[in-house]
Design a protein around this ligand. Structure first.
Ligand code: HEC
Ligand code: HEC
Length: 366
């Protein structure tokens, strides 16, 4: 097991006020671990490592291959495909605002610090993503022999002895990840007071989204529209987990490839419970859901309106609406076609064109 392999990121976190995060007024930067202060030089090193294909066994899977900027740091696949063509159980999670999250992965626990988490795709073998487990020494040697990295590591870690280490590599990639921030979508600007930032349809959709009858905000609140909220729309926990009735195989089972929290807890009622995903940048991040099994946002809204998904053909035939483990928060909602379109328009207004074009987040190798 990789967790705890390196002594990293376990320290107290705090806001690093010395770093220029470039955020709009009123938006707090993410917390950073005390042992990994944020500096521009470290972020620059991390950006190189994030996009370097040599961090994968077959030189074909950088972090930035699966987490591609143009797709808001996802890959467009239903489920991710690793360096040796292993099919991952899950759809690639978008990384915008990942520095603000304390729980990572479609079903916890993943290591909860970014410094630790990245060792899973880098070194893990179940499934193989980048496939570097056992090749750490060769990787460090390769970086130490590359004049560009010698310079980048020296600038990022000026007080450390010359050379490169896995701890430094992890700290730099994590520092880069913390700069992937998206808080300037049209809906953000509307909520900050710019009345013209979104269309009338998106405004109607926003009203529906937060209404009691439609109830999306109950699960999708907070900075990322991924936190459960109370009746006033205030977040009550950072992350939530729910079975939304996507499948109903025998006795409520989900397909073997991904069954949610139950895989971690063994508790029967955790069948099909997945982390509530962020609703930011959906224009770029399809297909949707933990297994990429829904192609369009209209399809997503139809599933929530029906109170679950009915599958009538293929290997997964079943009435997800009747899944015994479904969250009580998922019930049929009476929505006419205009209202459904308004909800889709509102969801699209959470897409941030600046994120996918920001040169500071782009590959340095292109
Ligand atoms: C083969 C494709 C692939 C590669 C390569 C890859 N990832 Fe991922 N990433 C995924 C998938 C799939 C998930 C969802 C994992 C899960 O929930 O089981 C994920 C999840 C994450 C998460 C958790 C985000 C969240 O909010 O849950 C982070 C952070 C992350 N990846 C960072 C990285 C970094 C850094 C690298 C490079 C060291 C990397 N990934 C390489 C596919 C990939
Ligand atoms: C009970 C909590 C809950 C409620 C209420 C809820 N959602 Fe979700 N939503 C989830 C969970 C959990 C997932 C992921 C499910 C999975 O992949 O198995 C999800 C997935 C999504 C996705 C796909 C995002 C992606 O990146 O894959 C969208 C879009 C979405 N919800 C929008 C909505 C809208 C619109 C509403 C209101 C009509 C709503 N949700 C109500 C919990 C909820």
């Amino acid at each position: 097991m990789l967790v705890g392999l390196l002594a990293l990121g376990g320290c107290e976190s705090s806001i690093d006020a010395g770093f220029d995060w470039g955020l709009p007024a009123g938006v707090e930067p993410p917390a950073v671990p005390a042992d990994n202060p944020q500096t521009p030089e470290k972020v620059e090193l991390g950006r190189h490592l994030f996009y370097d294909l040599r961090l994968s066994k077959n030189l074909n899977r950088a972090c930035g291959t699966c987490h591609e900027q143009a797709k808001a740091f996802t890959d467009g696949f239903h489920r991710a495909v690793g360096t040796a063509n292993d099919l991952h159980g899950h759809n690639t999670v978008a990384l915008a605002n990942v520095g603000y999250r304390s729980q990572l992965g479609w079903r916890s626990p993943m290591p909860d610090s970014l410094e630790q988490q990245l060792l899973v795709p880098l070194l893990g073998d179940d499934p193989i993503e980048m496939g570097m487990g056992g090749s750490e020494a060769q990787l460090l040697e390769l970086l130490a022999d590359d004049p560009r990295y010698v310079e980048l590591f020296a600038a990022a870690f000026p007080d450390a002895p010359a050379g490169v280490s896995m701890v430094q590599l992890a700290q730099a990639i994590a520092a880069f990840e913390r700069t992937i921030i998206s808080v300037d979508a049209p809906l953000d600007r509307y909520l900050r007071g710019d009345e013209d930032a979104i269309t009338p349809a998106a405004k109607r959709g926003w009203a529906l989204f937060g209404s009691r009858e439609v109830g999306c905000l109950g699960c999708h609140g907070g900075l990322d529209y991924a936190s459960p909220t109370d009746a006033q729309g205030q977040p009550i926990a950072e992350a939530g987990y729910a079975n939304i009735g996507l499948y109903n195989l025998e006795a409520g089972a989900y397909p073997d490839s991904a069954q949610g929290l139950i895989e971690v807890t063994g508790v029967a009622s955790d069948m099909g419970r997945f982390r509530v995903p962020s609703l930011r940048n959906l224009a770029y991040t399809g297909p949707y859901m933990h297994d990429g099994s829904v192609i369009s946002l209209a399809g997503v809204v139809d599933i929530f309106a029906a109170g679950g998904r009915v599958i009538t053909s293929g290997p997964y035939v079943g009435d997800g609406r009747a899944n015994p483990h479904k969250s009580p928060g998922i019930q049929p909602i009476d929505l006419n076609p205009e209202q459904r379109a308004d909800l889709v328009e509102m969801l699209l207004a959470l897409s941030d064109a600046g994120l996918v074009t920001d040169p500071g987040l782009a590959s340095p190798f292109d």
